[in-house]
Design a protein around this ligand. Structure first.
Ligand code: PMP
Length: 361
């Protein structure tokens, strides 16, 4: 068996220990005589899985008791509509910072439900930085303030959170969840698709302050009402059972194998520094993001020559490094180095880049 180093932006690598454990439990989970894929979501054995998953997430992210954790389907993209449906209640208004395609999509979807203001954007420089925010430009009566914390395509990340006062801060943390500690109490709502740092695609996690999900308009469809999912402990209908099980294994890996979120963060900082330090001194490769906006998870870079970029991507695949091609809207390369990418993967990539640089002076 030979596994590649997979730099995909998502779905992406899972820890090998998690895959091995899932394989060993595939036919008979914990003496139940069934796979997790086959069991009733109402069974005691599955209840233990979903409850265990939630309590581990609460413990690792230190989620306060007045926040609900929801395990939903529909991908992070469904949240672009669910958030305004549930949160645009008082003034039907929200503020947005446009830092890339995902923030833009959230903004476009929310426009169907109310007035949306763009308080800042980094579109002028292909979203290569997080714009400086001036709180005097924020709407005083917004129902929420929306950011995309880590911009998967462009490789940017907020180094400082906007101070929105009493206005609930809502953040898409799809590509940085569990990569760093996060002070949940500073947010009204956090959400993430699972397929980068939590498990397989099909699971979306929403962490939301309890008081924000009350009194939703009765026209909101049942399946899009956070309060319904909260009241039913994410079991209003069949949840994405297998994805929740893998997520629980990933959380156990972070807690027991890595040693918790602070250790995970330190490891991610170390991996990213190796790559950024290499890019900063390279005569061929160049990082595309302004230094104070750099993401620890997604690292885009270019050679400045499209043909050379193509050659690099082709040769990287032959050398066992896959999915380094940049997003189709940006070009160049992007190395996504999520939690499950081992440090050796980054070291080997750098070695390969050095060799490529020497051969292509
Ligand atoms: N937000 C971010 C930051 C993303 O990276 C992605 C997908 N890569 C999405 C939202 C959309 O997620 P999904 O495909 O689960 O709808």
């Amino acid at each position: 068996m030979s596994r590649v180093y997979n730099f995909s932006a998502g779905p992406s690598m899972l820890p090998e220990a998690v895959l091995k454990r899932a394989a060993s439990e595939m036919l008979d989970y914990n003496g139940s005589g069934q796979s997790v894929m086959e069991m009733s979501h109402r069974s005691k054995v599955f209840e233990e899985i979903i409850n265990g998953c939630e309590s581990l997430l609460r413990e690792i992210l230190n989620i306060p008791d007045n926040y609900k954790v929801l395990f939903l389907q529909g991908g992070a993209s469904s949240q672009f509509a669910m958030i305004p449906m549930n949160l645009m209640k008082k003034h039907h208004k929200a503020d947005f910072v446009i830092t890339g395609q995902w923030a833009k999509k959230a903004y476009s979807e929310a426009q169907k439900y109310g007035e949306c203001n763009v308080v800042a954007s980094s579109a002028d420089k292909t979203f290569s930085y997080i714009p400086k925010l001036d709180s005097s430009t924020f709407s005083k009566d917004a129902d929420y303030f929306y950011i995309c914390m880590n911009n998967t395509i462009y490789g940017t990340h907020y180094s400082e959170l906007p101070d929105t006062g009493d206005i609930p801060l809502v953040a898409d943390i799809s590509s940085c969840i569990l990569s760093e500690p996060v002070d949940v109490s500073k947010f009204g709502l956090l959400f993430a698709g699972a397929q980068k740092n939590m498990g397989p695609a099909g699971l979306t996690v929403v962490i939301v302050r309890e008081d924000l999900i009350q009194g939703v308009d009765e026209k909101v469809p049942t399946m899009f009402d956070y309060a319904i999912h909260a009241k039913n402990d994410s079991m209003y209908n069949t949840p994405p059972c297998y994805a929740i099980y893998i997520c629980k294994l990933v959380l156990e890996w972070i807690k027991n194998d890595i040693g918790g979120i602070d250790k995970m963060y330190a490891l991610n900082q170390k991996k990213a520094k190796l790559l950024y330090d290499f890019l900063d001194q390279s005569k061929l490769f160049k990082g595309t993001v302004e230094p104070d906006s750099r993401s620890l998870m997604n690292v885009p870079f270019v050679t400045g020559d499209e043909d050379l970029d193509k050659k690099f991507i082709k040769e990287s695949v032959e050398a066992g490094f896959v999915n380094l091609k940049g997003h189709r809207t940006v070009g160049g390369m992007r190395a996504s180095i999520y939690n499950a990418m081992p440090i050796e993967g980054v070291e080997k990539l750098i070695e390969f880049m050095k060799k490529f640089e020497a051969e292509n002076q």
